[in-house]
Structures are given as structure tokens and as C-alpha cells.
Design a protein around this ligand. Structure first.
Ligand code: FAD
Length: 464
């Protein structure tokens, strides 16, 4: 591997080799996890290159292959699994200059991957009153390419399901890291080769995403004194097919009082909170629905309520923003990502809640799974030791609740803990030298791994 030779071969492109900014661009939100923080803090690339076109991406990959230098692609670096961290140095391929919205049609948009999600939405709204079906709570900072490659779902998932559901990504254009890089256009089953693959088997250079009608969503906070009833309201609302909604979050007490500083003056310690986004024309239906649940109280609606300190977008309390808000108040907080399946979520949430009193605080996000309501639990956990965290995760699994472990940096451990044969097969073809985001796919590095302990890639720092 010759980084120096590669740098001079790419000297005519936009390169950043200032050590301070290279280090900054080598980091993401890995530090959310005390486990990843202890292991990944030292990682940095050798230099950053920011291509302006697909032709420049091809040139970078051709040269990187020839010189055997790793390439870690970066959108905005908001991933919280250490996905965008360069484990073996080399190049950060920064997509910031490939941010164009190329075409908007009824129901779909074509864009470059480095486009910020908020810019994409602004363009489709202005063009024809349309918006993305779903976006992460990092709407203002994340890129669409990073969301497809490193994210899963978010605001909109209560209606539309998650990114991997058929129809939620329409087409991806992808460049490989072969001696002579190839360009592929993927649709249908082929999308699974590269979606949520952390840039380990190709660089996405164009995306085509479905659109929905855009509304001036009403942001709402509702309180209820009973947690189980709050979960029921959330699930029942999700099943109200006539009410248009984009977000249904549930926060167990005392989350709102303890961690949501602008909401805290308006709630009691014992209040559970729901954060909701409802279309304006559905407000009458929503209020009629809510009246069926005694004790539920609307404390904020963005079209009517004025608080001396505005709370800001309700989605910036949800999904992984909840953890961020809690961390700011209590640095010992960490989190899990749990799946509470359709049909059983009420009993599972109740059982898990009873199993860890005072140590685990429930935070649920409604999402549609095969047409039925389910919940992603982005559970807050008071962190003590890695061993205790592992024990909590194992107990969740023993109780029938899968955890997408956010304290692991590999695709498999943060996912289903098994090889994704489709992604692996495409990596064999697209990245024969294994230079794309090394260390993130166990199936490539250690095909016989048995998942009984944390996978440790070669350069990883031991926990202190
Ligand atoms: P990055 O972090 O830069 O990259 C993510 C992964 O994609 C990396 O592995 C990177 O190598 C790869 N990648 C980037 N661009 C490309 C490309 N062009 N081709 C191939 N691979 C590429 N995630 C959710 O799904 N839902 C949420 O609601 C959510 N909320 C969050 C809230 C907070 C506060 C934080 C810190 C994170 C949250 N996340 C969430 C995680 C993350 O913000 C999102 O997944 C986001 O969409 C990632 O976009 P990015 O541009 O920052 O990607």
C-alpha cells in the first residue's frame, strides 16, 4: 500500500491533508457508545478526497485499487455505529460535492448521494408539494446516500415501514472498486446488495427515492400518567389508517422531565410523553381518537400552542435524538436498539420494563412491519460496565426481543448476527482486494465467526 503515491496520483482532485480536519472527517457518532468510544477513538485516515462527479469517483477507486489503499466513504458522518470510521487509515471519500437534485417526477426523485436530506425535501416541496416518505431524525445534517447505506428508518416509518421494505428505495447507481471500476444500476432484489452495506461493497453515485405528498405536519406532545396506556395509544394510533401521521414516539417517565429541557416546565416527573406528527386535515380525526383515552392530554400542538421557549421540531426528540438529549444531561446514559414485534409488543415492553427497574428507561418508536404496527425500542440504559450491558442485551434476547446491538461496528453484529449472503457475494465481485471500508463485514474477514463474543478487527484498541 502506498498512500504517498496514491495522493500524488489524485493530486488534481479536491484533497484535504490537514491532520486536524482529516481526523475530524474520520469520525462519526461512534462515541454514543461507551464500548465503541473505548475502541475507535484513535482511528484516522491519511487524507480526504472529495470527488465532484461519478467520473472522479471512478478515478479514485481505480487508483486506490492499484495502490491497495483502503477507501471509507462518508456522507455527513452522523452514523452512530462507527460505520464511517476508517479502521485501516487510507482515504476518506467525502461525498459533499455530489449533492445535486437531478430530477423530480410525480412520486419520485433522483439525486446525488451527498445531498442533505433537508435540501432534498426542500427541493421536492418547492417543485411539486412532495417529500421523502421517511427520514432519520438527523434530517438537517445527514445525506441521502448515508441514510441508505448506514440508516434503517425513522420519521415516516410509522406509515411507510423501513428503508429495506420493497418500494422504499427505487434505484441505486453504484461504482465498484475493481481494477477497472464498473458502474451498475440496481433495482428490485439487487438493491439489497448495497443498501445498508456501510459502503463495504460499492460507492453509491445516484439514488432514486419514492416521494409522498408533503403536509405542514402538526407537531404534538401528549401526556398520560400510565405507561402501558401510552403504548396502547401509540399502537392504536398507528392502526388508524384514516389519520395521516409521520411520527409516533413514546417516552417513559421521567424522560420528558429529566432530559427534554424545553418540555420539562410543562410536565410532571410522572408524565409519560407521546411525540407525534399529524397532518393538519387529520387533526379532527386525531382529537376524536385521543378523546377515547381518559387521562391523555395534549400539552403542545405547533399550530396553536405558544411556549415561551419553542420546543423545536418534535422529530428532534425522537429516534436517536432522544439518546443525544439524555446524554447531554447525564453522560452515563447509553442505549439499545430493540425490536418489539407486531402482536406481542405490549406484553414484551411490559416484561422488559419490569426486568430492569431504574436501569432501563423505555423509549419506543412506532413503525409498520408487513402492514402491522411494531416498535423500535431505542431504550435508554444507565451504563455501568460493558459486562452488565452485554447481560442486559442477552436478557432482552432471552425474553424474545432482538437487539440490533449499537455497541458493535460490524454490519453483522449491529444487524441479525449472521452473514448477508447477497452483500458478501457482491463484495467478492465488486471489491476483490477488500479495500472498501475494511473491518466492517465479518463474513469477509472471518467467515467462520460464531458470534459468541465481540468481533475484534486487527487494529482495534482494547477497552480500558
Ligand atoms: P454517514 O454516517 O456518513 O455514513 C453512514 C454509512 O454509509 C457509512 O458506513 C458510510 O461509509 C456509508 N456511506 C455514506 N455514503 C455512501 C455512499 N455514497 N455509498 C456507499 N456508502 C456510503 N438513523 C436512522 O436510520 N434513523 C434515525 O432516525 C436516526 N437518528 C439519528 C439521530 C442522531 C442524533 C444520530 C447521531 C444518528 C441517527 N441515525 C439515525 C444514524 C444516522 O444519522 C443516519 O443513518 C444518517 O442517515 C446517516 O447519514 P450520513 O450522511 O451522516 O452517513
Amino acid at each position: 500500500m502506498s498512500v504517498t503515491a496514491l495522493k500524488s496520483a489524485l493530486g488534481h482532485l479536491e484533497i484535504d491533508e490537514n491532520p486536524v480536519s482529516v481526523r475530524a472527517k474520520s469520525r462519526d457518532f461512534f462515541w454514543y457508545s461507551p464500548v465503541l468510544k473505548a475502541r475507535m477513538d484513535h482511528l484516522t485516515a491519511d487524507f480526504v478526497v472529495a470527488p465532484k462527479s461519478e467520473a472522479e469517483v471512478i478515478e479514485v477507486l481505480r487508483q486506490a485499487h492499484a495502490h491497495g489503499v483502503p477507501v471509507t466513504v462518508r456522507g455527513a458522518g452522523t452514523g452512530n455505529y462507527g460505520q464511517a470510521m476508517p479502521m485501516r487509515g487510507g482515504i476518506i471519500l467525502h461525498m459533499k460535492n455530489m449533492a445535486a437534485v437531478k430530477a423530480i417526477h410525480p412520486g419520485r426523485v433522483v439525486a446525488e448521494p451527498g445531498c442533505l436530506i433537508k435540501d432534498l425535501d426542500a427541493a421536492t416541496r418547492a417543485h411539486s408539494g412532495q417529500e421523502l416518505r421517511m427520514h432519520p431524525s438527523t434530517y438537517s445534517t445527514a445525506t441521502i446516500g448515508g441514510f441508505i447505506s448506514g440508516g434503517s428508518g425513522g420519521i415516516g416509518s410509522c406509515t411507510w415501514g423501513v428503508l429495506r421494505d420493497l418500494g422504499n428505495i427505487l434505484r441505486l447507481r453504484v461504482v465498484t472498486a475493481e481494477a477497472e471500476p464498473q458502474v451498475h444500476e440496481f433495482t428490485g432484489e439487487e438493491l439489497h446488495r448495497v443498501s445498508h452495506a456501510y459502503g463495504t461493497n460499492g460507492i453509491i453515485t445516484e439514488v432514486e427515492m419514492p416521494l409522498a405528498p408533503s403536509y405542514d405536519w402538526v407537531d404534538i406532545f401528549v401526556t398520560h400518567p400510565d405507561f402501558a396506556t401510552s403504548v396502547r395509544i401509540a399502537g392504536d394510533l398507528g392502526h388508524q389508517d384514516g389519520i395521516l401521521k409521520k411520527l409516533i414516539s413514546v417516552y417513559e417517565a421521567p424522560t420528558a422531565k429529566a432530559y427534554f429541557q424545553r418540555v420539562a416546565p410543562h410536565v410532571a416527573e410522572t408524565d409519560n410523553l407521546l411525540g407525534l406528527m399529524i397532518a393538519p386535515q387529520s387533526m379532527d380525526g386525531f382529537l376524536t381518537f385521543l378523546a377515547r383515552y381518559p387521562g391523555a392530554s395534549v400539552i403542545f400542538r405547533s399550530d396553536e400552542t405558544e411556549w415561551p421557549k419553542e420546543p423545536g421540531p418534535v422529530f428532534e426528540y425522537g429516534w436517536n435524538h432522544t439518546t443525544l438529549r439524555a446524554l447531554k444531561v447525564d453522560p452515563s446514559i447509553t442505549y439499545l436498539q430493540v425490536l418489539y414485534a407486531p402482536g406481542v409488543y405490549e406484553e414484551k415492553v411490559a416484561a422488559i420494563r419490569a426486568a430492569f427497574p431504574g436501569e432501563v428507561i423505555q423509549h419506543l418508536e412506532a413503525m409498520r412491519v408487513d402492514g402491522k404496527m411494531a416498535f423500535a425500542g431505542l431504550t435508554l440504559v444507565k451504563f455501568t460496565t460493558e459486562a452488565r450491558l452485554d447481560e442486559i442485551i442477552h436478557q432482552h434476547e432471552a425474553m424474545g426481543c432482538h437487539v440490533f446491538n449499537p455497541h458493535r461496528y460490524t454490519l453483522e453484529e449491529g444487524g441479525r448476527q449472521s452473514t448477508d449472503a447477497t452483500q458478501l457475494a457482491f463484495k467478492r465481485q465488486a471489491d476483490p482486494k477488500g479495500i472498501l471500508n475494511p473491518g466492517k463485514m465479518i463474513a469477509w474477514d472471518a467467515p467462520d465467526w460464531d458470534y459468541t463474543r465481540m468481533y475484534t478487527y486487527q487494529d482495534m484498541q482494547a477497552a480500558e
